[in-house]
Design a protein. Sequence first.
Length: 106
Amino acid sequence: MLLTTTPFIEGKKVTHYYGIVSGETIIGANLFRDLFASIRDVVGGRSGAYEEVLREAKNTALRELEQEALSRGANAVIGVDLDYETVGNSGSMLMVTASGTAVWVE
């Protein structure tokens, strides 16, 4: 399955549109990660723990998007868009949504 953010795939012809597909995930941040991220913010540097959670959430949303496209009979998703939001009390959870158009390309 090919996933792309572009509205077409160079050298390929879209022969069927299956409609909009999406995948969503919400992941809670761990208290210890929050503590270490706060310390890292004070002393500088990147927060590897948060980066890993973000990567995991993105991959899960894309897997769900791909599964929905496959269930409709698509072999590609074009125009993929990723959105990131914090939800919950004091933004304690991360929501990632992926959406795009399921298509069949030749």
